[in-house]
Design a protein around this ligand. Structure first.
Ligand code: AMP
Length: 403
């Protein structure tokens, strides 16, 4: 009998679906792909079989059901159909798991109802995640569907750090608290950093800096997350590509009362027209560093604001952890932008943090240490792999039950 060793990982966004088929025996990815512009004009599917050229097809995808049906057809064309006995589970990225979901969970009707109840705190994300689960369930009702939550890794943040200092009854009535996001990445990277250092995750304290288009920091003590920068929504914390990060809530009242902006306009401003984009017109760090090299002042300001916020969090998390063993840079900016890593860690030798300029400038897709031997804190670049983490969690849950 064929052994079921593969997990299909689905990441359903509001207008896109990303997928990866991962074999848990050897980590190979027999297929990966992306459907874009679901529900919009110009739908596009790019499917890549292992060792194959990407296959692109353009067609309208009116909804997630048509998109996932097309994904199933592409997989079947490569002999990897959803009916394959090799498939052990489908792992779904779910953005918001609230306080209830602290670990990966096999989806039942009751679990779906609970994920639906969290839509008011994640209106942009959870509906698409739910649709992805529903469609996948309809395609393979017999297969375990496992929800892996972006918030789960942060449910260990202590109450005094997770609560906003506002009226408790009001906060509880509306589930207002800090949840944190990118948890799957923080979990994966904090463990991979321990491995890179040849240590057990339980032995090391790590600050993870996940710097992608969205960006967040976390403080992980002995494998347990104790603080993270995102809050009720993914808006709090670091300066990001298009999001402001931390801001005085008074700015919102001022823009509404004095500036005449509606709440929706302010929401749009802070989430989509702020951060690096708001400061200099670009949200891509490659473009910003290129403009800086040409002496562009707005790009320089954006870069400095970005790095300054990062350093504030780095300092704060040193204090939160007390002893820091490693700092890990990850995601698009963290893995690729040597200038950001250099600026974020410059002048911190008093805190035991140093970066070797030569090691920092090496371009590589591998996890690597970039601090010199005398640096008390190891500084590392650790590529994130959220899909692999989702697949591993789903596979472990299905095979052994979660412990
Ligand atoms: P992610 O959300 O992790 O995919 O990260 C996307 C972001 O990574 C982009 O918006 C870029 O700002 C940044 N990025 C990607 N490649 C590079 C690079 N080679 N140098 C600097 N930044 C990069």
């Amino acid at each position: 009998m064929t052994e079921a060793t593969r997990v299909l990982v689905l990441n359903a966004g509001s207008s896109s679906v990303k997928y990866q088929l991962i074999d848990m025996l050897d980590g190979r990815r027999p297929a990966t792909g992306l459907v874009e512009r679901i529900g919009e004009a110009g739908g596009r599917l790019v499917h890549t079989a292992q060792d194959g050229e990407p296959r692109e097809s353009r067609q309208p995808f009116p909804d997630h059901a048509t998109a996932l049906a097309a994904v199933a057809r592409e997989l079947a064309a490569d002999g990897l159909g959803l009916d394959s006995p090799q498939l052990a589970a489908i792992g779904h990225r779910v953005v918001h798991g609230g306080q209830r979901f602290t670990a990966p969970t096999v989806v039942t009707d009751e679990v779906l109802t609970e994920i639906r109840r969290l839509v008011p705190v994640a209106p942009l994300h959870n509906p698409a995640n739910i649709t992805g689960i529903e469609v996948a369930r309809a395609l393979r009702p017999d297969l375990p569907q496992v929800a892996v939550f972006d918030t789960a890794f942060h449910t260990t943040v202590p109450e005094y750090a997770a609560r906003y200092a506002i009226d408790r009854a009001t906060a509880d009535a509306h589930r207002v608290r800090r949840y944190g996001f990118h948890g799957t990445s923080h979990q994966y990277v904090s463990r991979a950093t321990a491995r890179l250092l040849g240590k057990d995750p339980a032995e090391v304290n790590v600050i993870v800096l996940h710097l992608g288009n969205g960006a967040s920091a976390s403080a992980v003590a002995g494998g347990v997350c104790v603080e993270t920068s995102m809050g009720l929504t993914p808006l709090e914390g670091l300066v990001m590509g298009t999001r402001s990060g931390d801001i005085d809530p008074g700015v919102v009242f001022h823009l509404h009362r004095v500036g005449g902006l509606s709440i929706d306009e302010i929401d749009d401003l802070l989430n989509r027209r702020s951060g690096l984009l708001g400061l200099c017109g670009d949200n891509d760090m490659r473009e910003i560093t290129r403009r800086m090299d040409e002496g562009d002042e707005a790009a320089e300001l954006a870069f400095r604001a970005y790095v300054h916020r990062l350093r504030k969090y780095l300092g704060a998390y040193c204090a939160v952890l007390g002893r820091v063993d490693a700092i890990a840079f990850t995601a698009g900016v963290g893995e690729n932008a040597a200038a950001v890593r250099e600026a974020a860690t410059a002048g911190l030798t008093e805190l035991g943090i140093a970066v070797d300029p030569e090691l920092n400038s090496v371009r590589s897709g591998a996890a690597r240490v970039i601090s010199p031997p005398y640096s008390r804190v190891a500084v590392a670049v650790v590529p994130t792999d959220e899909e692999l983490e989702i697949a591993q969690q789903a596979y472990t849950l299905v095979h052994t039950g979660w412990s």
